[in-house]
Ligand binder design. Structure first.
Ligand SMILES: Nc1ncnc2c1ncn2[C@@H]1O[C@H](COP(=O)(O)OP(=O)(O)OP(=O)(O)O)[C@@H](O)[C@H]1O
Length: 291
């Protein structure tokens, strides 16, 4: 179990995270926030690549910085950009990393064969990675993070640049990997974690905004999300009056999805809030709403 206790991180006078308290037990935790909110900073602290300016991170009661190598053997980490050699095959690359980690060749071959099967790359294990798709490279990245069979797997924006099919495959793989380990995954894409995270953590203004199940986070907007059909000419005024979450064309009209906290108009249709609604609402000043 990992406990983040009163952790703050500053770069000079610039504060990225302020007095963060979190607990991770098991399963998938989704760290969800727009770019620049501090996800990578938090993840790098969890991976002991940087240290907190204040506070501490504990694993089973012990400061992870004091555990040193003892902690790193428990940890599998996929950084936002991981370095690989494109002229290597996945097998060559993983054998090289295994050697660096001091795993004997025979054992490494067995582990790597099993891992490449797990990430569905067995058929290309001897092919040079230069022709691989983004999804295939990310799966090699997952395989390298799993080399030491870590109890804790930390993935920083692992789905960046992947197409929807590759994202779906990735989600399946992650829920499988989380059966017997702690998985922390950072993303700014709601659908990456909505269906697989046991808990979602959202960061805003350097602090934790939510740490809860998707269901409970969505309940924060219960009874406040509506859809309505309006004429195209009404759109500008509608946008100024309500927080519009999405807009789409529908038979000559506009279908808008929006937030309203007071008494609704009778023609509006109340809808069940989704995590995407909470994300767009909470970060409305930080992200461009895609229409
Ligand atoms: N070494 C550093 N020195 C100064 N500022 C930094 C440093 N690293 C990060 N920052 C700043 O801290 C803030 C948070 O960065 P961080 O990379 O943690 O965000 P993020 O949520 O992971 O976003 P992204 O997905 O874009 O990396 C940003 O404003 C960034 O510019």
């Amino acid at each position: 179990m990992i406990i983040i206790k009163d952790v703050s991180k500053q770069y000079g006078s610039f504060s990225v995270l302020n007095n963060i308290n979190l607990e991770f037990i098991n399963g998938v935790y989704g760290l969800l926030a727009p770019n620049g909110a501090g996800k990578t900073t938090l993840i790098k602290m969890l991976a002991t690549l940087i240290s907190p300016s204040k506070g501490e991170i504990l694993y089973c009661g012990e400061n992870i910085l004091d555990m040193d190598e003892g902690y790193r053997t428990l940890l599998g980490y996929l950084p936002q950009q991981f370095g690989y050699y494109k002229n290597y095959s996945p097998k060559q690359y993983l054998l090289y990393l295994a050697a660096l980690k001091g795993i004997g060749k025979k054992e490494a071959v067995n582990i790597i064969t099993e891992l490449l099967d797990k990430v569905a790359l067995s058929d290309v294990m001897n092919k040079k990675m230069k022709k691989f798709s983004g999804g295939m490279i990310q799966r090699v990245g997952i395989a390298q993070a799993l080399l030491n069979d870590p109890k804790i797997l930390i993935l920083d924006e692992p789905t960046a640049g992947l197409d929807p099919k590759e994202r779906a495959r990735f989600r399946h793989l992650l829920s499988e990997l989380a059966r017997d380990r702690l998985v922390i995954i950072s993303t700014h894409i709601v659908s990456d974690i909505e269906s697989i995270a046991n808990e979602v953590i959202m960061i805003k203004n350097q602090q934790i905004l939510y740490k809860d199940s998707v269901e409970k986070i969505c309940a924060s907007l219960e009874g406040q999300v509506y859809e309505a059909s309006i004429r195209y000419e009404q759109l500008d005024e509608f946008r100024t009056r309500y927080v519009v979450l999405s807009e789409k064309q529908e038979r000559g009209n506009m279908r808008v999805r929006f937030i309203h906290k007071e008494k609704p108009e009778t023609e509006w249709q109340p809808v069940t809030p989704h995590l995407e609604d909470v994300f767009l609402y909470e970060y409305r000043d930080e992200i461009e709403v895609e229409v």
